[in-house]
Design a protein around this ligand. Structure first.
Ligand code: HEM
Length: 542
């Protein structure tokens, strides 16, 4: 029905649309639209061919498929030639297949991007191409250039993975992000942090009570610190914890959330999750979690707490409004931010607590040093052996221990993806073209002699007494830098310092019988946030 020249024409049209349209700018947000267009065109072309040429629909469909197929062949043929031979990133080393697509890497990793990047940098050096437009750069100097306050890089397309559902964290446009961040920043003033310190204590007491009850028995700290941090962040987000420590189990909503994180760890391109989200039921668990957050948030909206929580600051722009007056756009960002408080603050804090205690039991002298430093700060006026954060915030060894754990086990170990500005950027004298999706693998950098002496050793003193063990301080950015950095840093540090101080002063702690820590690191998963494996420790009251 169609001549070979017609197929050649559609193939040429495909090539042209790649060069003139698809090869420019970002297209991932339109992935669902393109799929719809594909099927609409197919159906339309089948109907038109069948009507005009008066042939059976099967014959028309076969011709339509060939026409659409030759168009796609043109698009993808042109794309392939461009990526293999003309792409500006071709000057960087890496697997040949990485030139074709980032899917090459995504299909290899099993929630272990952090380890894979260590291997790739060992093989190829500081600059490694990991996808058609993706580059991993292992260099202390890169951190400031890519993430620092003067960086012109913006967040990469992966941050669009739940679009149109957004949160502060997922806002890519610098101006929109800045406006939302100003609202958030009120939540982390010194005054409000002191209020959170008060709120957190109740949950820490529950944790101490549970550890006391389980005295002498193996305690999986990965799980227990996680229950603790979820209760804390639930409280600061929704005005009440999840009741996890008391129940000794995860709340059902957190179980749903945990079930979805494996998908995040596949690091598939954003368009895949945008397409998946259109399949009814495919994001079921995540949607139920969102619904739960929404309900809790609306309950919280009706009840102002005596001591403000983080949501108190996020509700400020809605002052004077009734719940029924909240617009869908306001609801979207509020729900997103409520879920962000829980997600951003929980696994990160609990991961840090677990790695700190993992290193403390492996290096018992660290516990003695901490106790010696903390002893003068014990405050008889504080209830239940609690430490006042202002009295311990500047302790050098305590901060050294925390920094060293955050260095070796960064909460976000690899996937802080950024997009370079049109003019590109220069790192260590090398020009990185504009529009490159770049990441600096923090886990690999922590293990690199480019940045540290004895990088694999846990040495708290490198952060105060022995600065010569840090070759380049700019490599250390566990909370990231610049305008997209961790806004919850003061809260995280307050919680880490006061929790470590109290547990170390109240308990002796050691590995449980049969525990060697191999599961803890061996089963660690990079799912954007680093999730450690199980670790059984035994706590006994001093
Ligand atoms: C040890 C604990 C923590 C670590 C190591 C940590 C680390 C980080 C890092 C590396 C980022 C940058 C992520 C990115 O660019 O994609 C980030 C962002 C963020 N963190 Fe944390 N975090 C911690 C705890 C917390 C806590 C307790 C909160 C409290 C709510 C929090 C809230 C946030 C938010 C809201 C963002 C997004 C900021 C923005 O995009 O403007 N984090 N965090």
């Amino acid at each position: 029905m169609a001549l070979p020249s017609t197929y050649a024409g559609t193939a040429l049209a495909g090539m042209f649309s790649h060069v003139a349209f698809f090869n420019k700018g970002e297209h991932h947000l339109y992935a669902p639209l393109y799929v719809k267009l594909f099927f609409t065109t197919l159906v339309g072309a089948t109907a038109a061919l069948s009507y005009i040429h008066e042939v059976a629909w099967t014959t028309a469909l076969s011709t339509a498929l060939k026409l659409v197929g030759s168009y796609l062949l043109g698009v993808y043929g042109s794309l392939l030639v461009y990526r293999l031979f003309l792409h500006p990133l071709n000057k960087f080393p890496g697997s040949f297949y990485a030139r074709i697509s980032y899917l090459w890497l995504a299909l290899q990793i099993r929630n272990n991007l952090h380890v894979k990047l260590v291997e790739l940098h060992q093989k190829y050096g500081s600059f490694v191409r990991i996808g058609s437009s993706d580059l991993s750069v292992l260099s202390p100097k890169a951190i400031e250039i890519v993430y620092g306050p003067n960086s012109r890089c913006i967040k990469g397309p992966i941050y669009d993975m739940t679009w149109p559902s957004v949160s502060l964290h997922l806002m890519r446009d610098p101006e929109t992000h800045h406006a939302r961040r100003r609202i958030w920043s009120h939540a982390f003033s010194d005054k409000l942090i002191r209020g959170y310190e008060h709120r957190v204590r109740g949950y820490r007491q529950q944790l101490v009570d549970q550890f006391t009850e389980m005295e002498g028995q193996p305690i999986n700290v990965r799980k227990w610190f996680n229950l603790y941090s979820f209760d804390v962040m639930g409280d600061l987000s929704f005005g009440q914890g999840f009741g996890s420590i008391e129940r000794k189990e995860y709340h059902w909503a957190i179980k749903l959330l945990n079930a979805t994180t494996d998908f995040v760890g596949l690091f598939l391109p954003a368009w895949t999750s945008l397409l998946l989200a259109r399949i009814p039921g495919a994001m079921g668990d995540f949607e139920k979690f969102l619904e739960f957050c929404g309900q809790r948030l609306m309950e919280r909206f009706k009840n102002d707490p005596e001591i403000p929580d983080i949501s108190s600051s996020l509700f400020v722009p809605l002052k004077g409004k009734d719940i029924t007056e909240i617009t869908p756009a306001e609801e979207n960002i509020l729900y997103g931010d409520a879920r962000l408080i829980v997600i951003a603050g929980s696994d990160t804090t609990s991961g840090a607590l677990s790695t700190i205690f993992y290193e403390l039991v492996r290096n018992p002298e660290e516990i003695e040093k901490l106790r010696a430093e903390l002893a003068p700060c014990v405050d008889k006026d504080q209830p239940d052996g609690e430490f006042l954060h202002s009295k311990i915030a500047h302790l050098e060894h305590l901060n050294g221990v925390i920094n060293e754990a955050l260095r070796l086990y960064p909460a976000v170990p690899s996937a802080l993806g950024r997009l370079t500005p049109p003019e590109g950027i220069i790192i260590d004298g090398v020009h990185i073209p504009g529009g490159t999706h770049i990441l600096c693998p923090m886990y690999a950098l922590a293990r690199s002699e480019l940045a540290y002496e004895r990088p694999h050793d846990f040495i708290s003193e490198r952060w105060y007494k022995s600065p010569e063990l840090v070759k380049d301080k700019t490599a250390f950015a566990p909370f990231s830098l610049g305008s997209f950095n961790c806004i919850g840093r003061p809260l995280a540090l307050m919680n880490l310092r006061t929790t470590v101080a109290r547990l170390v002063m109240e308990f002796d702690v050691k590995m449980a019988p049969g525990e060697d820590g191999s599961k803890f690191l061996g089963n660690a998963k990079d799912k954007f946030v680093l999730y450690l494996g199980d670790l059984d420790l035994v706590f006994t009251r001093r």
